[in-house]
Write a protein of this length. Structure first.
Length: 649
């Protein structure tokens, strides 16, 4: 291509000269500022920190001046990239994550202009991806990690790209990170790096519902992380932390609670040693979950307080999101619905900024749970159905959809969903979401009168029902003591005596937990069981229990449970009249006379004198009356038989 022969006018010559003069000025300023900073740029330690720091605020200015020396001056652009990275590290120390992103964008662009090689460019992109991750820009972080791996010429850089976005498992993250992990694992890696890659991949695989594939990955990761130390202590703190995370994802049984606590202790210790806020938050969430299951409310309080401190101190948007989701879950459990809605709204705003559809979806799950708990379709988000349609198909989403359909009266569609779930009760999957599916199935089994499914569901819930506390996960929701769903399933299956025992235990546990909405639900279920028992004593107890449920439902603003309580009380009034008539009809005329005098609190001797009978005969009549009416003693007879019995033949 021939050079242009167009004449250059005087104004253009002056402009070019001015540009050259401006570049020279920026160079002189950059050099002067470097002298003032009087530090050398430190090498990146690999954890996003710098060993020596320049004077605060100068690095960004130095980078800007070198950048303005000229796009074609490679040495100036290399200097701009170097100082922009130092400015980014400075911003991270000040928790200004968005500023760190801006500085690293400058560094990456300058590296390209400087003609950086594949390794240097990949490192710059990885650093930019990490900054986006800390700032909560997950989609951008994934994009830069993919770009870094595409240009990387070193297995270590491919591995580094795979390990930037950690403990995030929404579909796009699973695709990108899973692919990067598999690519990196196919290359030669140091044992500790291989352990971290295996842990990352195991976490993604476990979340996708494939624990059988995830388990050997996590086991190998843990073995590699601890290799070289026969005492079992960690040979590599980061590798051990990641392996523990993968191991926790595979705890799917109720009896895993103590192992979850043990792993939480390891993770918390490693997170503190490594200065990793998000890892520390997640460790406390495991503690919180286990403490709730064990009914240790003081430890729940301690974990919530620790998460709040770390979220405040670390300034990470992801840590803040975890805190808000935990607050929303706890508020719903306790019946503080306005506080829960506020926390949920704030968490949803952050999740949308992340670009993480899974985090957004957890907000929909919480809202659907709230609507079902309160029995009010008004709590369902307007776009819930579109969200459910877009969600990856799995049993938990099917169960959520079925209950939402029931709530809005679309029973035929809800039944279709239930028919998809019903076979799983006979062949349950091993999955981290399975306990949530079981809890959601209780309402469905009740709605569709499936006694056989109720018996099967009770058997599946029995291990969890042995523990006194609440179940759930801090990022979505908690339900009350699992003895409640277990008792309801027993009742649906026809085991009324066992159901009564379980429901009374659940009510006591939920009172201790402060899970007031679940106290209401437990009392309603217990009142229904007592109603089905049928005798006047059980009906009298049912009235008391249902009345207490109605009062608490009104106080907490639970319109659905309140309507159920009112209907049940009306049914109980009718049932009590009929039962009383039947029981009185079962007494002989002489027994009715004796019962009337018992109601007047007369002793057997007084009754014998009044009726001109022997005291032994009166005692025999009283025994027969108590047996026929199902009363334990005369006091119970007086309490239950509020209307005087009919006398005469």
């Amino acid at each position: 291509m021939m050079a242009s022969t167009r004449p250059v006018g005087p104004w253009e010559r002056r402009l070019r000269a001015a540009r050259l003069d401006a570049g020279a000025v920026h160079r002189r300023v950059a050099l002067e500022l470097e002298t003032r900073a009087s530090v050398r740029a430190a090498e990146d330690t690999g954890a996003g920190e710098w060993t020596n720091q320049p004077a605060v605020g100068l690095a960004a200015d130095i980078a800007a001046h070198w950048n303005r020396v000229g796009r074609h001056d490679r040495a100036a652009q290399a200097a701009a990239a170097r100082w922009a990275r130092i400015a980014a590290a400075e911003a991270r120390r000040m928790l200004a994550f968005d500023d760190a992103v801006a500085h690293l964008r400058t560094a990456t662009a300058a590296s390209r202009l400087a003609g950086a090689g594949p390794g240097e460019l990949a490192s710059s992109l990885i650093e930019l991806g990490r900054a986006h991750y800390l700032a909560g820009n997950l989609v951008e972080a994934l994009r830069h990690c993919e770009q870094a791996a595409a240009v990387a010429d070193d297995p270590r850089l491919v591995a580094a790209a795979a390990l930037v976005v950690r403990w995030v498992t929404f579909p796009e993250a699973a695709r990108v990170v899973g692919g990067l992990c598999e690519r990196a694992l196919a290359l030669d890696q140091a044992p500790s790096i291989r352990a971290r890659l295996l842990s990352q991949l195991a976490t993604i695989v476990a979340e996708s519902g494939r624990p059988e594939r995830a388990r050997p990955l996590a086991q190998e990761a843990l073995a590699l992380a601890r290799a070289g130390d026969d005492s079992g202590a960690d040979a590599d703190g980061q590798a051990l932390l990641d392996a523990v995370r993968a191991s926790e994802m595979l705890l799917t049984e109720a009896d895993d609670v103590h192992e979850r606590l043990r792993l939480a202790e390891i993770a918390a210790r490693q997170a503190e040693a490594l200065g990793q806020t998000l890892s520390g938050v997640l460790a406390e969430q495991w503690r919180l979950r286990a403490s709730y299951q064990l009914g240790r409310i003081e430890e729940v309080d301690a974990s919530m307080a620790a998460i709040a401190r770390m979220a405040e101190r670390g300034g990470l948007p992801l840590a803040r999101w975890h805190l808000l989701r935990g607050q929303a879950a706890r508020a719903a459990l306790q019946g503080r619905f306005d506080a829960g809605r506020d926390a949920d709204q704030a968490a949803n705003a952050l999740a949308r900024a992340f670009g993480d559809p899974l985090s957004v979806g957890l907000g929909y799950a919480w809202a659907q749970h709230l609507a079902a708990l309160r029995g009010d379709p008004a709590d369902l988000p307007d776009d819930l159905w579109a969200s459910l349609a877009a969600a990856p198909p799995n049993p938990l989403m099917t169960a959520f959809r079925a209950n939402a359909l029931l709530l809005v009266g679309r029973r035929d569609e809800a039944r279709d969903c239930y028919e998809q779930l019903r076979p799983l009760l006979d062949d349950p999957p091993v999955d981290v979401r399975w306990e949530g599916v079981l809890v959601q199935c209780v309402d469905l089994v009740e709605a569709f009168g499936d006694a056989a499914a109720g018996r099967r569901l009770a058997a599946l819930l029995a291990p969890a029902a042995a523990y006194p506390g609440a179940y759930g996960i801090p990022t979505v929701l908690f339900v009350g003591a699992m003895a409640g769903p277990y008792g309801r399933a027993l009742a649906h299956g026809g085991a009324l005596e066992q159901a009564e025992v379980a429901l009374r235990r659940a009510i006591d546990a939920d009172l201790a937990l402060g899970a007031r909405p679940y106290v209401v639900l437990g009392r309603l279920a217990l009142a229904e069981v007592l109603r089905r028992r049928g005798n006047s004593g059980a009906l009298e107890a049912a009235v008391r229990v249902a009345g207490a449920a109605a009062a608490e439902a009104r106080h907490l603003d639970l319109p659905g449970p309140l309507a159920r309580a009112d209907r049940l009380l009306a049914e109980l009034a009718t049932a009590r009249r009929r039962a009383g008539e039947q029981e009185r009809a079962a007494l002989t005329s002489r027994e009715r006379e004796v019962a009337a005098l018992v109601r007047q609190a007369r002793s057997n001797r007084q009754i014998a004198e009044a009726m001109v009978l022997s005291e032994r005969t009166v005692e025999s009549h009283v025994r027969n009356i108590l047996a026929k009416l199902g009363c334990a003693n005369c006091t119970e007879l007086v309490t239950r038989w509020r209307e005087p019995p009919t006398t005469g033949g």
